[in-house]
Design a protein around this ligand. Structure first.
Ligand code: ISL
Length: 563
């Protein structure tokens, strides 16, 4: 293992447990279902699995609202199942990374239940504030600040019993922990050490850049016509964030144990990421940036009202992160996850004609960048967005809250449904498509969220048998990363940066050069004569349309060469 970090030539696979595999027929995926499908992951060749939360939870936000960090929710199984998963994954050389959700807990966590009692020893573990002076507590406008939450109008919930409000940046069942209190931090670190002792190999840290709030909570300027202001920039990368991350690393022994750490950081900049992933700084290995997730969000900032994708802007954005973290720090690479629409539907073309080639080409582009790639479950099959037409089909709290809010503001129903169809988080959460039998082989019962009807064509069994499938393309990309150091470590260059169709990447390491030429459009493309190095003698590593070297590329055709 190299000193720089074993995760630099690793590929991470994200499992969203409730949608992966259901072993007991209750309609919800579980740990035993994951254990039963480890062969799929071995065959794909991934090094690490990141498990979205499986802890005890009232499931207001599908487990991102945790009521006990040291128990497994009965929906998913037991601690014994977790131990077995760790053992069986490790036996196959696969590491397990847990989701760490410590910006907030559930309002049903024992810490919050105690904090709720005025005068209790844990009162200060959360952000309690009185109503605005001169206002009747609990009435609109009496909130301590005018902040909105990610998922609802106000970030403050009034608590009758104590006559005060508590802060929740997400749902009202997700109160924010007060990291200013050292007891809170020590309790979190102790819980993390408990999991490390149990054998977990790292943490994906949920909205970890929100943990340090400016102690002086102040009103912000709302956008015209709005009563509340979104405090994203106010609470992200707060004054003590880096101090807390260093303290956590030291107290838990994150570096000492050579654990994988990746911080989810909406709003982070290249400078933030560089500082935080500097290996000498003792914080984190990687962060998840969101900049490329915002390229197709319009000026309104409303994610449910997207604008067409500008490929050049997307290319240039990823390039800026490659350049920014070239000498210090390390990138994470992702197209989607459980919060985003499916990559092939958003950045590719999910029509029957182009789905396979575009899913493959997007994968090649991602893996050709320098950093650690994250494959979200089902992306290795080219799974697509779902096709819900009725609000009753949706389950996600963000989608349901948005629907209710937009409806009350008078937005037309068709417009709301159209926004959800392309952007709802449920697009990524439909059950994993294992085969073409009952409910895609996901469950013997009724799934908690409807299976995408295209499972008869798009499923793991069919793709594992088909050498030309998306599955085998992604498998080969992972294999290449392990075989060719240039993929993990090579210097990155974007070529033909302003071409609106072609995505061309060159990687170099010593004598080795890797070149990816990809047509990221649903129309044919031409490489202008002399614009790229000659490839006659190059070795073709992986392609979507066979060994073709001419100037013409079919829609979504891509070719990866070793020169
Ligand atoms: O989902 C989003 C896009 O609308 C993001 O704003 C998301 O809320 C943000 O990335 C934080 O996500 C994480 O924390 C949330 C949880 O709902 C998400 O599933 C999780 O990934 C609160 O814990």
């Amino acid at each position: 293992e190299r000193a720089e970090g074993w995760w630099r030539d690793a590929v991470v696979y994200q499992i969203y447990p409730r949608s992966f595999a259901d072993s007991n027929g209750d309609g919800t995926g579980d740990l035993r279902g994951i254990i039963d499908h480890l062969d799929h992951l071995s065959e794909l060749g991934v090094d690490v699995v990141w498990l979205s939360p499986v802890y005890a939870s009232p499931m207001d936000d599908n487990g991102y609202d945790i009521s006990d960090y040291q128990r497994i929710d009965p929906l998913f199984g037991s601690l014994e199942d977790m131990d077995e998963l760790l053992e069986q994954a490790h036996a196959r050389g696969i590491k397990i990374v847990m989701d760490l959700v410590v910006n907030h807990t559930s309002d049903e966590h024992a810490w919050f239940e105690e904090s709720r009692r005025p005068g209790s020893a844990k009162r200060d573990w959360y952000w309690w504030r009185p109503a605005l002076e001169g206002h009747e507590p609990g009435t609109p406008g009496a909130e301590p600040t005018n902040w909105s939450s990610f998922f609802s109008p106000s970030a403050w919930q009034y608590d009758e019993a104590s006559g005060e409000y508590y802060l929740h940046l997400f749902t009202r069942k997700q109160p924010d922990l007060n990291w200013e209190n050292p007891e809170v931090r020590q309790a979190v670190y102790a819980m993390m050490r408990w999991w490390v002792d149990r054998g977990v190999d790292g943490f994906r840290m949920d909205v970890i850049n929100l943990i340090s709030k400016p102690v002086e909570l102040r009103d912000l300027e709302p956008e015209a016509g709005h009563a509340y202001a979104f405090p994203g920039a106010e609470v992200a990368h707060g004054p003590r964030l880096q101090e807390f991350l260093r303290e956590m690393n030291e107290a838990v022994g994150l570096d000492r144990h050579r654990l994988l750490t990746v911080g989810e950081m909406p709003g982070s900049t290249i400078e933030d990421a560089r500082a935080i992933t500097d290996p000498g700084a003792g914080m984190l290995n990687m962060v998840f940036t969101f900049e490329h997730m915002n390229v197709d969000v319009g000026p309104s900032g409303n994610k449910f009202d997207p604008v067409p994708l500008d490929l050049v802007a997307l290319k240039r954005n990823l390039e800026s992160w490659q350049v920014g973290l070239a000498d210090v720090g390390w990138n994470s690479l992702y197209w989607d996850n459980h919060d985003q629409p499916r990559a092939v539907s958003r950045f590719g073309d999910d029509s029957p004609e182009h789905r396979v080639a575009s899913a493959k080409t997007l994968a090649s582009v991602l893996h050709a960048h320098r950093g650690t790639p994250y494959v979200y479950q089902g992306d290795e099959l080219g799974m697509t967005n779902t096709q819900f037409v009725d609000i009753s089909s949706y389950a996600d709290v963000e989608s349901l809250n948005y629907h209710a809010q937009a409806t009350s503001l008078g937005v037309a129903a068709e417009e709301i449904m159209a926004g959800l169809a392309v952007r709802s988080r449920d697009n990524a959460r439909t059950p994993m498509q294992w085969d073409d039998t009952h409910q895609a082989g996901f469950t013997q019962g009724v799934p908690w969220l409807s299976v995408n009807p295209n499972y008869v064509v798009v499923n793991a069994r069919a793709e594992r048998q088909d050498p030309a499938s998306v599955f085998h393309h992604v498998r080969r990309l992972i294999e290449l990363r392990h075989e060719q150091p240039v993929l993990a470590e090579g210097r990155f260059e974007l070529l033909l940066g302003d071409d609106p169709q072609l995505w061309v990447v060159r990687r170099t390491l010593g004598e080795q050069t890797l070149l990816l030429v990809a047509n990221c459009s649903s129309a044919p493309a031409t490489v202008a004569e002399g614009s790229l190095p000659a490839l006659d003698a190059a070795q073709l590593l992986l392609a979507t349309h066979g060994d073709r070297r001419g100037a013409e590329l079919a829609p979504w055709e891509s070719r990866m060469f070793l020169v």
